[in-house]
Design a protein around this ligand. Structure first.
Ligand code: 4AD
Ligand code: MG
Length: 483
């Protein structure tokens, strides 16, 4: 007989089953009551709301009730009745309760009290059973689904680009090596270097930092594509915005110039945020309250003016500010924190790379809305970006979000073979190794553009979580690959 005959709590709360018999299964959050009755709050993950099971000791034996503790998994069958207490419309009067899995109360780490984020990170294998993480991962799911919905509706094709590659798409040298060689005793070439021709792929390989280069190949055939996959960066950044393993969405479009690219990115970001607002109401209301509590604990100058839900609504309802890097530098140069030397990195000349403190100043203090920064100096951007006529800048765009900083990086691509190869030579990127990439410029080149959205940064923005480690189930950061 099939086991999975249950009502999901989400559906039970939405439909009126009053007077009917049903079964729920889930994990016990709390049990309270007295010798005449027990109230058991059960959560099955389908919603942030718990469902109350009422157990009469004349019906449910003392022996079973004893085993129902926080963290245990139970199956409860009984009649759905209108609830006496406040907070929910209905509850289950148990006729039978089966303990599917006990949880030793002395050993179960998650007690019905507030745990610190650090503690929960150390217990990441269990933290999805808390309200906060349940909400975060349901929102994360909705955002991922919205990504596919958006592009599918627009006729984009989902391409799976390789995880193991022999190239470094961003040319930043932050790759993780993939090798099956014996590290203690690797085969050597005549001049003593490691001989990667003896390695599994008969060459040096690494985990991908971006699917863009392969995405461009697909766009030169299918016209409008996107990727959505894991990417890996061995950058030693211990910040609340960096992961060594993160998920990226990279659309790539033939026949799009830089402005088309900006329009698509803005529309796309607004769409997925709206989708989450529409489909994750209960979770976002919970996270909104949580963010307000966190905000109140911060020093006054670090507090955000808008609450989480207001912030989401604001981003969806307003045009993003679009300015060039050159204009941004002027604003930053003349800004108070720059003049008063409050920035850790003082902006004194054109060409400086922007740090997150500068990005956040532009977004949070100056414009107070998302900003699309365009036309960066070519020397601080990747080799593939389209060179502008000024000879100094490229058709890059970064999108900066409040509380996050850079959430999207993208550009129009250089389709001119000569300009592209000249730039590759200048930057020491091998034409020979990327012959396949250059073939798209050799055969049927066209203006094209694309961008990459850091998925976790978007989940952070929508959930209001302060640390990127708390929006991915099992974060990978320097010194941390547990679970
Ligand atoms: O700006 P990035 O490096 O751009 C690219 O990789 C391009 N190939 C994208 C493209 O044009 N197709 O990365 C894109 C985004 C960043 O804006 C940021 O949101 C996110 O990826 N990102 C990270 N997220 C978490 N941890 C890290 N270490 C990240 N590095 C980049
Ligand atoms: Mg970038």
């Amino acid at each position: 007989m099939a086991f999975n005959k249950r009502s999901k709590i989400k559906l039970l709360l939405e439909s009126s089953k009053i007077g009917k018999n049903t079964t729920i299964m889930g994990w016990v959050r709390t049990k309270r009551g007295n010798k005449n009755v027990s109230f058991i709050a059960v959560n099955d993950g389908s919603t942030i709301q718990n469902y109350q099971v009422v157990a009469d000791p004349n019906v449910i034996s003392e022996e079973v009730l004893k085993r129902i503790t926080t963290g245990a998994c139970i199956k409860a069958t009984g009649e759905v009745v209108a609830s006496q207490g406040a907070g929910q419309d209905s509850e289950l009067i148990a006729q039978k309760i089966e303990v599917l899995g006990e949880a030793d109360a002395d050993k179960y780490p998650l007690q019905p009290k507030k745990h610190s984020m650090e503690f929960l990170r150390e217990n990441a294998h269990l933290r999805m059973r808390t309200n906060t993480f349940g909400a975060v991962f349901r929102v994360r799911h909705a955002l991922a689904f919205a990504v596919h919905q958006y592009f599918n509706d627009k006729g984009f094709f989902y391409i799976h680009t390789p995880i193991i590659t022999a190239s470094d798409a961003e040319g930043a040298g932050e790759t993780f090596r993939v090798s099956t060689l014996d590290m203690k005793n690797p085969p050597l070439t005549e001049d003593g270097a490691v001989d990667y021709t003896k390695d599994f792929f008969e060459r040096e390989t690494n985990l991908t930092v971006s699917g863009q280069l392969e995405g461009e190949l697909a766009a030169m055939a299918l016209a409008e594509i996107y990727t959505f996959g894991p990417t890996f960066r061995a950058e030693n950044s211990n910040t609340t915005r960096h992961l060594a393993e993160f998920w990226m969405i990279e659309p790539e479009m033939a026949f799009y110039d830089a402005e088309d690219n900006q329009d698509l990115a803005e529309d796309f970001l607004k769409y997925i945020i709206s989708y989450a607002m529409e489909h994750c109401k209960a979770d976002l209301e919970f996270l909104d309250k949580r963010a307000a509590e966190e905000n109140a604990k911060k020093p006054t100058n670090e507090r955000t003016e808008l609450g989480l839900l207001d912030r989401l609504r604001f981003v969806v309802d307003h045009d993003f500010e679009r300015i060039s890097y050159t204009e941004a530098i002027e604003i930053l140069k003349n800004s108070k924190p720059n003049k008063k030397k409050k920035f850790s990195y003082i902006i004194d000349e054109w060409g400086a790379d922007l740090q997150s403190e500068h990005e956040r100043f532009l977004v949070e203090k100056h414009f107070k809305k998302p900003v699309i920064l365009t036309d960066y100096p070519k020397d601080i951007k990747a080799f593939y970006m389209k060179q502008n006529d000024d000879g100094k800048t490229v058709a890059a765009m970064d999108i900066l979000f409040p509380g996050i900083g850079e959430i999207v990086g993208g550009s129009q691509r250089e389709e001119n073979m000569e300009k592209l190869t000249t730039r590759m030579d200048e930057m020491g990127i091998s034409q020979e190794e990327l012959y396949w990439y250059l073939d798209t410029r050799r055969f049927g080149a066209t203006p094209h553009s694309g961008f990459g959205l850091g998925f976790e940064r978007m989940v952070q923005f929508v959930t209001g979580m302060g640390n990127i480690r708390d929006v991915i189930a099992f974060p990978r950061t320097p010194g941390n690959a547990e679970f």
